[in-house]
Ligand binder design. Structure first.
Ligand code: PLP
Length: 450
């Protein structure tokens, strides 16, 4: 059998992030202010440090990774690229399957890749406290860890349904020194307002974002951090794709198709965008974002200007959206329940440079279990979406006899998600296709622009 793991040396951690904006056929759509006019960078200084705002609007192809950031990344990077020999055999497919495993980070997912630089740049700007929201707890854990590494206080608004479903994610954040509040909380005007009208509200990412932004905007010592969606977040995640390219070189192979779970789009962009540069140069590689049928942002949403949060505090961003007041059902891939998608991912999808598919919940767990039984690693429920789409393609290859090279991003492990696996094993999980009617209803509330 040929090699299973393709490893890089610490010295091969990328020295620069790759900015896809430099290779896009059209410039990115600008974020708009409440008056419908493009906002300038100064509109964001209440909640972000200038260094990150500059990255947000940069068109430079390569942006240097500061040495203190690379130093913390050495705790877990480079991440391994695996060839899934045992999964290939179990499926009986002629396809070659590879996956990059981001679950080796201390918090267990790719999100640490952007938490570290975000904490670093805030520290450099003299900020003392960071706020954020978290759904499944992956992002909150990552920023708690990064805040600890750079001596910053971290306050996390955790969507209430997850706070109750995942108490150990909360303990993890506390271990790294963060304070965690169930959102909607009594800490902010937004939270208090919602609880007054609806004391049993289980929260949503949109609400938690509103709470974290409100607090950051109202205190000069406090900034806000976001674990996905924004351009600078995707930029930081390109270490995944950049390492993968070196690893494929070592393997003497190159992917025909790349799959990644897609919530806000950062791990998809992180793994796929460095390959998009090759596509722009004529390589034939298909990039597939995989989302849940219960939150089908790219496959069923509208491409329109919308708020990033439910209260409408954020600038308007042009993106695929289900409407900022969309209330996703309590599915178990909490990290994929955001109403919108990264403006960069959205634009590239709109222009036909990338693809998207939606997968129902049961199929994702079935795929995750098949994967775990062959390869050992238990994937996060979010990652199972990419596993499911990749396995479906491998089975199509079995039908057609094609030996395609398939590659997916295993964005995190599922060790804190075993309650979801329990529900799957005991037959308590259901498929949920978000009804067209409900999508139409929330899309009717899109802000009017122009
Ligand atoms: C957050 C998360 C995702 C979704 O990532 P986006 O970058 O927001 O698309 C996927 N997998 C895991 C394990 C996550 O924690």
């Amino acid at each position: 059998m040929s090699q299973t793991k393709f490893l890089l040396d610490e010295s091969e951690i990328p020295t620069h992030w790759y900015n896809v904006v430099a290779d896009m056929p059209n410039p990115p759509t600008p974020p708009l202010g409440p008056d419908g006019k493009p906002i300038g960078p100064e509109a964001l200084t209440a909640i972000f440090p200038m260094s990150l705002i500059e990255q947000e609007v940069s068109a430079e192809r390569w942006i240097a990774i500061p040495e203190p950031v690379r130093e913390v990344m050495r705790l877990y990077r480079p991440s391994p690229l695996f060839r899934a020999h045992r999964l290939e055999a179990a499926l009986g497919t002629p396809a070659k399957i590879y996956y990059k495993y981001e679950g080796i980070s201390p918090a267990g997912s790719h999100k640490v890749n952007t938490a570290i630089p975000q904490a670093y740049y805030n520290k450099l700007a003299g900020i003392k406290r960071l706020t954020t929201e978290t759904g499944a707890g992956q992002w909150g854990s990552s920023i708690a860890l990064a805040g600890q590494m750079f001596g910053l206080e971290v306050r996390v608004f955790m969507v209430k349904v997850s706070y109750e479903q995942k108490p150990f994610r909360r303990s993890m954040m506390q271990t790294w020194g963060a304070q965690v509040f169930a959102s909607p909380s009594m800490e902010t005007n937004t939270g208090r307002g919602i609880l007054e009208k609806d004391p049993g509200n289980l929260g949503s990412l949109g609400i938690a974002i509103s709470e974290a932004v409100e607090e950051a905007a109202s205190r000069p010592d406090t900034n806000y951090t976001l674990g996905s969606v924004l351009n600078h977040v995707i930029l930081h995640q390109t270490v995944i794709g950049l390492e993968a390219k070196k690893q494929f070189e070592k393997a003497g192979d190159y992917p025909d198709m790349i799959f990644a779970p897609c919530g806000g789009g950062s791990n998809f962009g992180g793994v796929a965008f460095p390959f998009l540069a090759d596509k722009a140069a004529g390589k034939n590689v298909r990039l597939v974002a995989v989302e849940p049928t219960s939150c089908p942002t790219l496959t069923k949403g509208a491409y329109a200007y919308d708020f990033g949060d439910s209260a409408g505090f954020t600038p308007l961003m042009k993106m695929y959206t289900l409407g900022h007041d969309f209330m996703p059902p309590g599915i178990h891939a909490g990290g994929l329940r955001y109403h919108g998608d990264s403006p960069l991912v959205s634009q590239l999808y709109h222009e036909g440079l990338i693809e998207a598919v939606a997968v129902p919940q049961l199929a994702t767990f079935e795929a995750g279990v098949t994967f775990a039984r062959a390869e050992g690693i238990i994937p996060a429920p979010e990652s199972n979406h990419a596993v499911a789409a990749c396995i479906a393609e491998a089975l199509r290859c079995k039908e057609s006899g094609e030996a395609k090279t398939l590659f997916f991003n295993l964005s995190g492990h599922g060790h804190f998600d075993m309650a979801s696996y329990d529900k799957y094993f005991s037959g308590q999980l259901e498929d949920f296709h978000y009804p067209e009617e409900a999508i139409k209803e929330s899309l009717a509330h899109l802000p009017k622009v122009g």
